[in-house]
Write a protein that binds this ligand. Structure first.
Ligand code: SF4
Length: 496
């Protein structure tokens, strides 16, 4: 129940899934400390979870902070906190540039936010607290999940690589791995709440185990996920090609609930540029992994990230990327234009390319990847697809279609035949693909539906949110849990 005196909060998130996930933890922490989500207008506490990777990240942040300053003039009780990667990087500079900010906290101490807000209020002075390494593994913190059917599960944070375009290692630190028993206990707890899909999350997910000296730990973890009753879909993001080993392919192929999908960042098809990026695999090795994945899992869909216009990239280098893309036949590609990130080695490289050159290559690449995705999707017409119905999967008024994700993570819109009870988010629909676009499939025939524990969990959550008592509402369930969140899309924003 919401009391009228509780202070409200809002978390504004920029950047990658790691941040989306951290924001869920921030919400969980704030609710645990008695704050309530804001319903309208400006909250009493506004938290920015920032990103240092995206272009213009700092301009965007200071623009937002500037707008809030006006509100603070009117409401001096408004508290503003800035966390995340940009806070880790800029620290006191944030208070210098925006002295009306109350709290600055880093990526390693998000658990301190409620205490820092309290301290800032009590001492009437800004609090800046940045730690150099992790105090508690972030998954030990309460999390407020937005999805009833899917959740992220952090298995590691940090990265031991040193890609020259990436700020993550200096901001998130060396890789830290969670113990397998703890991860599996968290997944089981999530499944008990109705979650049927989990995404194992790590900056470099497949080097999992490096900290406790077990090279086979990631494959073992996948297999262990296969033993969890009720868990229907397991995904992971993002693996690094240099560390991608055959035991992982075998585990994927032999564990039925590990989905036939692999999101593995290529970044460039040019071996020379990969070397400049300090990424230790070469395009041959990358394509070799794809061949082995497809041999073991013929229906596997492979997606990737690419950077266009890295400093010194020549037309020949770019054509190498086009060549590898043609050969790799990605189901989806997240294409980024290189832009300088202050603090990264690549930012000081000579031969930064003019924007017009990058733009022109980007457009050429985009046309190619879209064409390939379209062809790959069209090849699926006539096949049956199993769709996990998504939260935003409400029936579209015009088309009567709902949406969800296939086993391969493709976005699928499907028609619910008239007279059928519509599925709930988290239920599973089977249908036959009738049409395809570059980014989605349409499945308008052969509809059938299976109700799941995730759909039941959605019913319970709906009943709880309208304060309507539900017979199936179990005692002790709250919206704040020890665990993680869920979203459908693969890593559109991460950097690996
Ligand atoms: S791009 Fe990924 S693998 Fe490379 S340094 Fe950044 S986080 Fe690590």
């Amino acid at each position: 129940m919401t009391t009228t005196t509780a202070r409200s909060y809002e978390v504004r998130t920029f950047g990658c899934q790691m941040n989306v996930h951290d924001s869920e933890r921030l919400s969980g922490l704030l609710e645990g400390a008695g704050y309530v989500p804001v319903e309208s207008g400006i909250a009493d506490i506004v938290v920015f979870n920032t990103c240092a990777v995206r272009e213009n990240a700092d301009n965007k942040l200071y623009g937002n902070l500037g707008q809030l300053w006006e509100h603070k003039e009117v409401n001096p009780d408004l508290q503003i906190a800035v966390g995340g990667c940009l806070a880790q990087k800029d620290r006191e500079t944030i208070i210098k540039k925006a002295p009306w900010v109350d709290v600055v906290f880093g990526t390693h101490n998000i658990g301190s936010l409620p205490a820092l807000l309290e301290r800032a209020r009590h001492n009437e002075e800004a609090q800046v607290e940045i730690l150099e390494s992790l105090e508690t593994f972030p998954s030990d913190l309460p999390t407020k999940r937005d999805s009833t059917y899917a959740a992220w599960v952090s298995i590691s944070v940090g990265c031991n690589n040193t890609c020259t375009f990436c700020i993550v290692p200096s901001l998130r630190g060396k890789e830290k791995d969670r113990r397998p028993g703890e991860i599996l206990a968290e997944i089981k707890a999530l499944v008990a709440e109705g979650v049927i899909e989990i995404t194992l999350l790590g900056q470099n997910v497949n080097t999992y185990g490096v900290e406790f000296g077990d090279k086979g730990a990631f494959a073992k973890l996948l297999r262990a996920c296969g033993q969890i009753e009720g868990l229907e879909r397991v995904r992971f993001t993002s693996p690094h090609p240099a560390a991608f080993t055959d035991d992982v392919i075998e585990a994927m192929a032999e564990t039925p609930n590990v989905m036939p999908t692999l999101h593995m960042p290529l970044q460039s098809g040019s071996d020379r540029i990969l070397k400049e990026m300090r990424r230790s695999y070469r395009s041959d090795k990358f394509l070799g992994i794809l061949d082995r994945v497809r041999a073991a899992i013929p229906e596997a869909t492979i997606t990737t990230d690419l950077i266009v216009g890295f400093p010194g990239e020549t037309e020949e280098d770019f054509l190498e990327t086009m060549r590898v893309v043609e050969q790799a036949r990605f189901g989806a590609t997240y294409t980024f234009q290189y832009s300088k990130r202050p603090g990264t080695p690549a930012a000081t490289l000579p031969d930064q390319l003019p924007k017009a050159v990058v733009q022109e290559r980007y457009e050429r690449l985009l046309a190619q990847v879209n064409q390939i995705s379209l062809e790959e999707n069209q090849a699926l017409v006539g096949r049956e697809v199993e769709v996990l119905v998504s939260n935003g999967g409400r029936k579209d008024d015009a088309t009567h279609r709902m949406s969800g994700r296939g086993r391969d993570n493709r976005l699928v819109h499907f028609e619910v035949p008239s007279g059928e009870v519509p599925p709930r988010p988290g239920d599973i629909v089977s249908a036959v693909i009738t049409e395809a676009g570059p980014y989605h499939l349409i499945a308008d025939s052969g509809y059938s539906m299976r109700r799941t524990i995730a759909g039941d969990a959605w019913d319970r959550a709906e009943a709880a949110s309208c304060a309507v008592p539900s017979v199936s509402l179990e005692a002790g369930k709250t919206s704040v849990s020890l665990g993680l969140p869920g979203l459908g899309k693969p890593a559109a924003a991460h950097q690996h």
